[in-house]
Design a protein around this ligand. Structure first.
Ligand code: NAD
Length: 522
């Protein structure tokens, strides 16, 4: 008997009611905010992938709301840029405390609206809390360098200033953490933000905006430091892209979306921070601890139902351990408990909607047309036990790296498995895709692991040894190369993206000396 048959029935209504009460959500919510909430026009209906039932509605921002939010954001920036950074950090610390207080309710809301399991929903809120802690420390560490001037009596240094209004465009799969990564760092850097969330997850955006508004008001700061504009990418998103008052657009989503944003914002020479699709590979060497590799593969490929930018999509296994590893993988896949993401026994919830299921089915058909072979799963799960039409069984498929479908990111739990003979061959295949986000090698052999981490190794923004492709910590700079967009968010010195660098020369001497020894006198 498959484990998924053990799926528990959970009555979602009382759970939803309690969460809505705690977070101040209603059946119909305003979707624009700049301190005050603005009504907007038509509503987006937010539907839970758990059972296909509407959770609530959010009114979309129109032209009027857009104009009001941008004008107030500009005003708020003029004030906020003048608040000392450590004081801005105190506000972020208070935000972290509020998130701690509402962690359980917010984590549940993420599960209800997006479908990830509760443990991962809670993990997403923890990520928001962690970045608040990081940003608080950062607020006292926005360091510039001092250089030695070649001119006597001159001092030279660089300093960092805020940019202005930062437009945040976010994806559905981390409906609130991506906002936090950006907001916390952008805000201590002295910027104000205007957030356009995914239309698939507007309720989580409203709930988090209510929390940050509460914190800003308690500190007597303008609410337009953290504004919200719910609306479609083509309407509200597009306005932000062409708006010269917005010097930086930080966008997380598909490569297709990022390519468009890069062009439109680039046209006005605005700045973009792009966090786009991945096609991440995990390599299992014959020198690997296979048990570790197995756990990492399962979490990487099945976690968040394969809907993480860092999900493991390609698995390269050395021929000497291929059969053994595959057999173990089939056994663990067989035991994956699929079902209601709020049940503590569930490992894999639904995909975000029925459309995602049909995209997955299309990818599997294309794989088979190209000569790939499904070894396990892939089919939609239907019937009373799986309401709403968004459940699937995760798929394992033998493939070739050159297949067109393998070269693309399908945002679903499909794992393409391939065999290799040498570590050089595995690294070459891993790099031979358009994307460059996350990568990992399982090996206990120094020559292999150091090769993987060298300039001859992984070409990705993230390279891991004996840990999987997914599940990054906030302390590092997060992002990837090639079609992943080149942006870096979150930790390390990613804050520099949100500030403008200014090089300063101060002449404290009595003569005007020119650089490079140039003489220019009458
Ligand atoms: P998506 O590209 O469909 O949408 C992302 C956001 O872009 C949404 O808010 C959408 O409304 C907006 N958008 C779309 N067209 C726009 C336009 N013309 N102008 C302005 N905004 C526009 O992506 P999705 O399905 O929500 O998310 C999944 C994708 O996101 C995957 O490709 C995943 O790999 C990627 N992702 C990347 C990272 C990363 O850090 N690299 C993190 C999470 C998700």
């Amino acid at each position: 008997m498959r484990m998924e048959r053990m799926m528990e029935k959970i009555d979602l209504k009382p759970v939803q009611d309690a969460v809505f009460r705690e977070l101040g959500l209603k059946e119909e919510n305003d979707g624009a905010c700049c301190g005050r909430w603005l009504a907007g026009g038509d509503s987006i209906s937010s539907v839970s992938p758990i059972d296909g039932r509407p959770l609530g509605r959010v009114r979309k921002a129109g032209s009027e709301e857009y104009a009001a939010v941008l004008a107030e954001a500009r005003e708020a920036f003029l004030l906020w840029r003048n608040v000392p950074a450590p004081r801005r950090g105190e506000m972020i610390r208070a935000l972290g405390d509020e998130l701690r207080r509402h962690k359980d309710a917010l984590g549940t809301l993420v599960s209800l609206e997006m479908g990830k399991i509760k443990a991962e929903g809670d993990g997403e809120i923890q990520e928001m809390i962690d970045i608040c802690d990081f940003a608080l420390g950062l607020s006292r560490q926005l360091y510039g360098k001092t250089m030695h001037s070649e001119r006597p009596g001159n001092r030279m240094y660089e300093q960092w200033h805020p940019l202005g209004i930062v437009g945040l465009i976010t994806s559905f799969n981390f409906p609130v953490a991506v906002w936090a990564w950006n907001f916390a760092v952008a805000a201590v850097a002295g910027n104000v933000t205007v957030w356009k969330p995914s239309s698939k997850t507007p309720l989580t955006a409203v709930a988090v905006t209510k929390i940050v508004q509460h914190v800003l008001a308690a500190h007597k700061f303008p609410g337009a430091v953290a504004s919200l504009l719910v609306g479609s990418g083509g309407e509200i998103g597009e306005r932000l892209l062409t708006d010269r008052r917005v010097p930086l657009i930080s966008a997380t989503g598909s490569t297709r979306m990022g390519r468009h944003i890069g062009c439109v914002v680039g046209e006005r020479l605005g700045r973009t921070l792009l966090e786009l699709g991945g096609n991440n590979a995990l390599i299992v060497s014959e020198h690997a601890d296979l048990s570790l590799a197995l756990q990492a593969t399962l979490f990487g490929a099945v976690g968040t139902s394969g809907q993480r930018c860092t999900s493991t999509r390609r698995l390269f296994v050395h021929e000497a351990v291929y059969d053994r590893f595959l057999e173990s993988l089939l056994q663990v896949y067989w035991q994956v408990r699929i079902g209601n993401p709020l049940s503590p026994h569930t490992l894999m919830g639904p995909l975000v909607d029925a459309h995602a299921v049909s995209v997955m089915q299309g990818a599997i058909r294309r794989l088979q047309d190209e000569g790939g072979r499904v070894l396990y799963g892939g089919e939609p799960l239907l019937g009373e036990e799986y309401p709403g039409g968004a459940y699937v069984r995760p798929c394992l498929a033998e493939s070739q790296n050159r297949f067109q479908v393998v070269q693309e990111e399908t945002f679903a739990p499909i794992l393409y498995i391939m065999k290799f003979r040498s570590i050089d061959e595995a690294i070459a295949m891993q790099n031979d895709v358009p994307q460059g986000l996350s990568s990992s090698l399982f090996s206990n052999r120094l020559q292999e692991t150091e090769l993987f981490l060298s300039a001859l190794g992984s070409d990705c923004g993230i390279a891991n040894i004996n840990t999987g492709t997914s599940g990054a910590e906030i302390g590092g700079a997060f992002g990837g190369e090639k079609d992943t967009g080149g942006g870096r968010e979150s930790g390390s010195d990613a804050w520099k993206f949100y500030m403008r660098r200014q090089t300063v020369n101060v002449n404290w001497g009595t003569a005007l000396l020119l650089a490079q020894g140039i003489r220019f006198a009458m």
